[in-house]
Design a protein around this ligand. Structure first.
Ligand code: GLN
Length: 278
């Protein structure tokens, strides 16, 4: 089959499962033949041999089943870094860049702060902050060993000497330590949210957090204060409809200066708070 015909055929079959069927087909074909996209336009008449076509069919079938492009490609762009991802980690979302942006606004450029990232997954937030603030020391925690393996690969790929990974549940592995700022993109989807059905390829433990989606944020609100220095800052990503609940939870645990920020779509998605007096 010619390249142009293979693309047209795959595009038609992907149109139900993808918002960008042609782009996906082109990218997956490039990956299969290990050529840049320009090659597809320069050589539409090239013919795919049987074996190559079979490999292309395999990745198209994965995409039709709803598997995210990032898992098929094994990488995802986040904060200008090409990060490794695997089904053990969430695919980093563009909206999480708001959390990074807000954290960087808090951390002075030359600061030598201790930063904690709870539930780091692929390490996206940790490596973004580590690369922008090389004088800071970042500790990135995750309960999943498989996720930490991906984070480790990203730290190595980007040659970051200021990120340490720790295995365990939330604050457990860093008890007794003190940080200047804590960031987290915890699971926050309601366990009965039908949106989860579309996210079945991603680790549910990184997405769902109890019936109101607040189980993980409850833990963060209760436990992070003890790990922060005076005036320490907490930043949490959450769902657009959780702004008030998150503020109430933080208020209940004595956090002050609670302020929620909107993402580019105008949705309230990241709350920043300061540790109140102990
Ligand atoms: N923003 C993600 C989604 O709804 C959820 C990420 C999370 O739970 N941390 O697709």
């Amino acid at each position: 089959m010619r390249l142009d015909a293979a693309i047209a055929d795959a595009t038609a079959r992907l149109s139900r499962s993808s918002d960008s069927p042609r782009l996906d087909a082109e990218i997956l074909l490039c990956r299969t033949i290990d050529m840049p996209r320009s090659y597809l336009f320069a050589h539409p008449e090239d013919v795919l041999d049987e074996m190559t076509l079979e490999r292309f069919e395999d990745v198209i079938a994965r995409r039709i089943s709803g598997e995210p492009m990032a898992y098929i490609m094994g990488v995802k762009e986040f904060w200008s870094h090409e990060l490794a991802v695997s089904p053990a980690t969430l695919v980093p979302r563009p909206e999480t860049e708001l959390l990074v942006d807000l954290a960087l606004r808090e951390i002075p450029r030359k600061a030598e702060w201790d930063v904690l990232d709870l539930g780091t997954g692929s390490g996206a937030i940790a490596v973004a902050i580590a690369s922008e603030r090389p004088m800071c020391r970042i500790t990135a925690v995750d309960v999943s060993e498989d996720a930490l393996a991906v984070a480790r690969e990203n730290v190595r790929k980007l040659s970051l000497g200021n990120v340490e990974l720790a295995h365990g549940s939330w604050t457990a592995p860093v008890q007794g330590q003190t940080f200047n700022i804590i960031v987290s993109n915890p699971p926050y989807v309601r366990s009965d949210d039908t949106a989860l059905l579309k996210l079945q390829h991603e680790p549910q433990s990184a997405l769902a957090a109890g019936i109101d989606g607040l189980d993980a944020i409850r833990i963060l609100a209760a436990d992070c204060g003890a790990l922060l220095a005076d005036d320490g800052i907490l930043l949490i990503e959450h769902g657009a409809e959780q702004k008030r609940d998150v503020a109430a939870l933080l208020g209940k645990h004595g956090w002050t200066d609670i302020c929620c920020h909107n993402d580019l779509a105008g949705q309230p998605r990241v709350t920043v708070a300061r540790r109140g007096g102990k």
